[in-house]
Ligand binder design. Sequence first.
Ligand SMILES: *Cc1c(COP(=O)(O)O)cnc(C)c1O
Length: 417
Amino acid sequence: MEIWHPFTQHGLEEPIVKIETSYDEFLITPDGKKIIDGISSWWVNTIGHRNPYISKAIQKQAEKLHQIIFAGFTHEPALDVAKNLSEFLPKNYTHIFFSDSGSTSVEVALKMAVGYHHNNGSIERSKVVAMEHSYHGDTFGGMSSGARSVFNEPYKKMLFEVERIPYPAPGRENETIDTYRKLLQKEGNKIGAIILEPLVLGSGGMFFYEPFVLEELYKISKEYGVIFCLDEVMTGFGRTGTMFAFNQTNIIPDIICLSKGLTGGSIPLAATVCTKEIYDAFLSKDKAKMFFHSSSYTANPIACAAANANLEIWKKNNILADVKRINDFYKTQIGRIQKLGGKNVRTLGDIFAFEVQTNGNDYVSNIGVKLYEYYRKNGVLLRPLGNTVYIMPPYCIKEESLKKIFDVIEDSLKECL
Ligand SMILES: *Cc1c(COP(=O)(O)O)cnc(C)c1O
């Protein structure tokens, strides 16, 4: 049996790189070659690969308890995650629901939001609003909420209908806000939830937008009783320069989805956190009102131990100072990339992005593949989204490695375009 890799067209015979070990910002091949992980291994790794403190916590937990049923049972690592995470969140978040991936944390959020209305007697309110270019995972709820594209074309007819608001491009924020207001004026009684990637549309192409847009959309949501969900799966744990992206706003979303950085990038775990209002809609003596959702490995103790170690690291160290250090470095590179022909050069927290000029500009255009190959051959892992080149490294990355990434990007723009 051979392995079928994700987001891989094996027909193109793209090479599959074997990795034996890793540390900090480096992936090491069996023959000892170092690759700089410029995208945090698909955005999961925050504080560096194989963090020793997290490794030790995993080891220690593995000696005690691997996995138990989480319905009717609990364990210390899960209780600790609830406690540790709440230290980083406003007091309004009274409950945490565990799952295993970003996608499932989104499914949970949508089911919570729609179930909230259902249990409160508004069974009509099952429609979801999402943003153009958004990405919320590859399960059906995630795909439905995400942008329709070549990614989900074969499944188009199976996806549930979602109301779209436009991406609030700089200078065009009012269009988004007005569209949302008009939508709720027209059929607010059918809309149950809005789900958004805060401040950055990641997979859609690293599109940034302003915090005030979230504040306005939140205000309108509250007027119409729409549950406001933020998908912080990518933005959580420092990516945008604050612990969570919503920390750059004055809002307290009803539901937040977390996953990628929750264990520092070591083991899969996800959490959907919600306010008391959401939880209370399911609290009853009536079994039919309970939250009907679970996955077998919910709140796996080893994953929870990894999350706790990660959260302790966040408590004891000024991780955001590292994000700022990286961002300060990015700012010195903006002019350089512009001179090389980079378009729309932008940076937010740990993210640096720009477009290269091509004729077409979608994910399947060849320039991304060509650049990816170039970077890989030169010891850097960067995986352009179509013609969008972006960097999103682990926060422990050394200046030397950042410099190397930008040098390789410079060479790529001279040689591949
Ligand atoms: C990656 C991502 C997801 C999906 O997470 P998985 O762990 O891959 O299922 C959902 N939402 C956003 C914003 C993401 O970046």
